[in-house]
Design a protein around this ligand. Structure first.
Ligand SMILES: [Zn+2]
Length: 260
């Protein structure tokens, strides 16, 4: 059997083996065991299984019998279909790519061979485009991690179906003010009108998060240069919003700290 997907995480095993956790094109997560995958040794094979690489793997035999189970698959051979040229040479881009991977790892569902095709494909598209255009931007030389992250999260939240309603107050359902600064109430899953916000006693940092998120959802990945002026605070709110749905707290994301 053949699989294609993005390497999300590499876990070394024994001396030179590894387990690669891969987000398949279908948008679900599976694990491959690769003998000698860490490279080195007599033949000094190059490492195919670097996080962020798009790989194609052939799996030994036809491991049927438990087709609906996500068992560890033994890799026969593999090849790299895509690898970023620039990300790994730029510490901040590398940290951002790791954040994309970490968020995906905490979001994606395990793969089952009888999954409905296409159901989770949007997740794969968001991640692969996020990595591809980040690599392109670093190559061009003018980029900011916050702008890229907001674009990625716009696509990611959209595919997950958890985007906050940009028009209605999450408390009273009335139409939201057109002002730029509208409070995002993470644990309610939406924006609040100013009157409900004042009554609620909740305190959140007011940022133009609605403006940026709405823009990100409508902007194609290849038009990343049109996304401008996103602050770190806005990015933090987007993470907290996603994290509330997936029970992840900001300090749990190790790669976020690396962004400095
Ligand atoms: Zn309201």
């Amino acid at each position: 059997m053949e699989f294609e997907g993005l390497v999300i995480q590499v876990i070394p095993q024994k001396e030179r083996d590894l387990i690669a956790r891969v987000l398949l094109r279908q948008g679900t997560l599976t694990s491959f065991y690769v003998y000698g995958g860490m490279g080195g040794g007599k033949n000094s094979k190059p490492r195919l299984y670097e996080p962020g690489n798009l790989v194609r793997v052939h799996v030994r035999g036809n491991q049927s019998g438990h087709t609906s189970q996500d068992s560890l698959k033994m890799v026969n051979e593999g090849s790299v279909l895509w690898q970023g040229k620039n990300i790994r040479h730029n510490p901040q881009a590398f940290a951002l790519a790791c954040l994309y991977l970490e968020i995906t790892l905490k979001t994606a569902l395990p793969h089952h061979d009888d999954d409905v095709v296409g159901e989770h494909q949007g997740l794969f598209n968001a991640l692969s485009n996020g990595l591809f255009y980040l690599d392109q931007a670093v190559g061009v030389g003018e980029w900011s991690w916050t702008n890229h992250f907001s674009l990625f999260m716009g696509k990611f939240l959209h595919y997950l179906g958890i985007l906050p309603d940009e028009n209605e107050c999450v408390f009273c359902g009335s139409e939201l003010e057109t002002e730029n600064l509208i409070p995002l109430i993470v644990d309610q899953g939406g924006y609040s009108c100013l009157s409900c916000y004042q009554q609620s006693g909740i305190q959140v940092k007011m940022t133009p998060v609605r403006h940026h998120l709405t823009h990100a959802v409508r902007t194609r990945f290849q038009d990343w240069q049109q996304v401008q002026g996103v602050s770190r605070e806005t990015c933090q709110q987007l993470i907290e919003f996603w994290g509330y749905h997936y029970q992840v707290k900001l300090p749990d994301l190790t790669s976020y700290r690396l962004l400095g």
